[in-house]
Design a protein around this ligand. Structure first.
Ligand code: TYD
Length: 206
């Protein structure tokens, strides 16, 4: 049986990832459903009971930067073992709201953790495993912070400065340049309709 595909969505906070998630899931279900397989929707940090407990800690408790990176990867290991790998082996497709590129972008780019440490953790936790497709919603930090607005109490990441998100965005773009075969960069300043049109094209190609 063919393995399913693994799709991840990335972008800085306020890039519009959440707006497009539900729509994309429906489009995928429409395409994958007739083959008898499911679309499993999940997120990071999180995706398992342990991962969700770690998410709560990661988003709200202050901690050492290296602890933060290690917990992200600990949650990821559990997520891969319990959810992602079994689903792909069954032939289901997996759509994840963030994955390893977020750790490079936020803990690496944003917070400044040396890249070689993250690369070592990436190898440990996932070997050579990478998403089949990563959609990067790209937007200038000022646009993203205006969109985040003051709608709700910001978590430890959402409350970061534009300078932090400038570094985060740059690291996302560097990762995309390094692995163009799996990245699709979507200019997230465009209209919702135009972005949907592009997303449809991207997943149809996959
Ligand atoms: P996010 O995906 O934006 O969810 P919500 O829309 O519910 O706020 O929140 C997750 C936060 O975690 C986001 O600010 C980025 C951060 N994060 C990291 O710093 N490193 C990581 O490896 C991951 C997966 C997320």
């Amino acid at each position: 049986m063919a393995r399913g595909k693994f799709i991840t969505l990335e972008g800085i906070d306020g890039a519009g990832k959440t707006t497009h998630l539900a729509w994309l899931r429906e489009r995928l279900e429409h395409k994958v459903g007739p083959t008898g397989h499911a679309v499993v929707m999940t997120r990071e940090p999180g995706g398992t009971p342990l991962g969700e407990a770690l998410r709560n800690i990661l988003l709200h408790e202050s901690m050492d930067l290296e602890t933060e990176a290690l917990l992200m990867f600990a949650a990821r290991r559990e997520h891969l073992a319990q959810v992602i790998e079994p689903a792909l082996a069954r032939g289901d497709w997996v759509l994840s709201d963030r994955f390893t590129d977020a750790t490079f972008a936020y803990q690496g780019g944003g917070r400044g953790l040396p890249r070689d440490k993250l690369e070592a953790l990436e190898r440990w936790v996932q070997g050579g495993f990478q998403p089949d497709l990563t959609v990067l919603f790209d937007v200038p930090p000022e646009t993203a912070s205006a969109r985040r607005g003051a709608a709700r109490e910001p978590d430890r990441f959402e409350s970061e400065s534009d300078a932090f998100f400038t570094r985060t965005r740059a690291e996302y773009l560097r990762r995309a340049e390094e692995a163009p075969y799996r990245f699709a960069i979507v200019d997230s300043t465009q209209s919702i309709e135009e972005i949907r049109r592009q997303l449809d094209e991207i997943v149809t190609a996959l």
